[in-house]
Design a protein around this ligand. Structure first.
Ligand code: SF4
Length: 212
């Protein structure tokens, strides 16, 4: 999301600095996360009462009615709307139009951000998968993120080739349940197939796996 804002000409500042727009990427993995998400939303409004407060992500996705009751929040966006955050925000700023929150269970395709979400000097984090089909009894992730969706391998490989040419040597492959990568494809293609393709890319010296 930071990258999307930068691409659209916004200046990013640290959270403790006064800003015109605050985007809080909420978490709902425990009750404490819910509480912390609410605290951050309130704190943002206190820092600048005239700012626009955007609540995004998992807590909004699973508790939309609860979050919408908070006076501090101007715009609520779910997990699927992250990739369109700038357009959703600008629609709101221009004519107070609020985007609908998608039902993640109806989402069958990976929501492709189209570019690397985070890069360091020699390392890039590449998200390749979203959602989980396991429904462990203690975990809200399937309700917040929906079913397994995997990013098209051609897009992953092409993006990594492009960043390798810019000097990135290490890629961190991440997802919600990254071991399920490919489960939703019609063809037989698994995480190991993707890793083998990445391993062939010139300039990439290390591949790490990380769960979100
Ligand atoms: S496998 Fe992990 S992400 Fe999926 S439901 Fe279980 S704990 Fe949650």
């Amino acid at each position: 999301m930071i990258q999307k804002f930068i691409e659209n000409g916004y200046e990013i500042v640290e959270f403790h600095e006064k800003a015109d727009i605050y985007v809080i990427n909420t978490c709902t993995v425990t009750n404490i996360s819910d509480r912390k998400s609410r605290q951050m939303l309130r704190r943002a409004k206190e820092m600048n009462p005239n700012s626009t407060i955007v609540a995004v992500g998992c807590y909004v996705q699973v508790a939309k009615e609860e979050v919408e009751k908070m006076d501090e929040i101007d715009l609520c966006l779910g997990t699927n709307e992250k990739k369109d955050i700038v357009q959703c925000l600008e629609k709101y700023l221009q004519n107070k139009e609020k985007s609908e929150i998608d039902d993640v269970f109806q989402t069958k395709e990976y929501s492709d951000f189209g570019s690397v979400t985070y890069t360091e000097k020699v390392r890039a984090v590449i998200k390749v998968q979203d959602g989980c089909d396991r429904f462990c009894s203690y975990c809200l992730i399937p309700y917040a993120r929906g079913r397994v969706r995997s990013r098209n391998p051609e897009n992953v490989v092409s993006e990594i080739k492009s960043i390798a040419q810019k000097g990135i040597k290490e890629v961190v492959i991440t997802g919600i349940h990254v071991a399920s990568y490919g489960k939703d494809f019609k063809k037989h293609y698994q995480l190991i197939d993707l890793l083998e393709e990445i391993n062939q890319i010139e300039g990439i010296e290390r591949i790490r796996l990380r769960l979100n």
